[in-house]
Design a protein around this ligand. Structure first.
Ligand SMILES: [Ca+2]
Length: 314
């Protein structure tokens, strides 16, 4: 900019009309140069402050994320105390519950623990036995579950083909891109042809891929919802499932056989004895921690012996 100003002065002098050494012109030029320098310096300083701010906030975010992750893990550890307590209970009757942890951990820090009963859901993997053959009872139950939820029941065959180790299609293209192995997560159902988001949202609340039994769904009669109760036997109806839910509101089932006391369940109740229980042992634990606006979520599935069957951090 200084060179430019000098250039203008030389040109004016050459025409002989304006004295280049006019003090006002020099002052104006100097002022312009100064203002330009100030504006450049201001720009540089703003850039520098901005970079420092970004670096500092990145460090703060990293630190908050680390804290949030540790607190979410602590929440998982805390939940094992709940699992320990269950060992001393006769039965369990809560399908899910959420609890904010009241203990003060610092300003802008909180932790929420959600525990869901996996034994209230239908283990979809059990349609195929560990030796690769089809468990017809479980496949019939899955078909009935889909029917109750207004989902095409043929999808049960596609799911069975997706899981079973062979490549013999039960329906046209039902082995297409199949995993031919057990599902590790309910989310994997989205990969199956015919399961769109709407179908998945309708089905997933009643499905699990974990249970202690490897061959037969044994559902907690205290916590299973209507669709799961209905699918347990061909003679189970929505009306009977509602009777069960009404009965257990006041009198949770301590023993499996207590279901025979429910109106209309004397005969059908006998047929589901081997597929029900009153106390759960598998739980999904979701801990959500927030530290200064940074959230970390850990999801696990644990049994009452504290064995971890699934772990996901995000
Ligand atoms: Ca297959």
């Amino acid at each position: 900019m200084i060179n430019s100003s000098e250039g203008r002065g030389q040109k004016a002098e050459g025409k002989g009309t304006i004295k280049c050494s006019h003090p006002l012109n020099s002052s104006v030029s100097a002022l312009i140069v100064t203002l330009l320098l100030i504006s450049i310096l201001t720009g540089l300083v703003v850039d520098f402050v901005y970079d420092v701010h970004i670096d500092t906030s990145s460090l703060a975010n990293w630190s908050n994320a680390q804290k949030a992750s540790l607190i979410a893990k602590s929440g998982q550890n805390l939940s094992t105390l709940y699992l320990d307590d269950i060992k001393n209970e006769k039965y369990t009757d809560q399908r899910d519950f959420e609890m904010p942890v009241g203990q003060y951990m610092g300003a802008s820090i909180d932790l929420t623990i959600k525990i869901e009963d996996e034994n209230s859901k239908f283990n979809i993997n059990l349609v195929i036995s560990p030796n690769g053959t089809t468990e017809e009872t479980e496949l019939s139950s899955l078909k009935k579950l889909l029917e109750y939820l207004n989902i095409n029941p043929d999808l049960s065959l596609v799911i069975a083909d997706w899981i079973d180790p062979d490549i013999e299609p039960r329906l046209a293209d039902s082995e297409y891109n199949a995993k031919n192995a057990y599902l590790w997560s309910v989310d994997e159902l989205k990969l199956i042809e015919g399961i769109d988001n709407k179908t998945f949202d309708r089905l997933s609340p009643y499905i699990t891929v974990f249970s202690e039994s490897e061959t037969l769904n044994i559902i907690n009669i205290n916590t299973a919802d209507i669709p799961v109760l209905v699918c347990l036997n061909e003679n189970m109806t929505e009306s009977l499932a509602k009777n069960i839910i009404e009965y257990r509101k006041d009198s949770p089932f301590e023993y499996n056989s207590d279901v025979l006391q429910v109106s209309g369940m004397k005969t059908v109740g006998m047929t589901i004895q081997g597929r029900t229980k009153s106390k759960s042992s598998y739980f999904r634990i979701t801990t959500t921690s927030n530290v200064n606006g940074i959230t970390r979520i850990i999801e696990s599935v644990m049994d009452t012996s504290r064995e971890i069957h699934f772990w996901r951090e995000g």
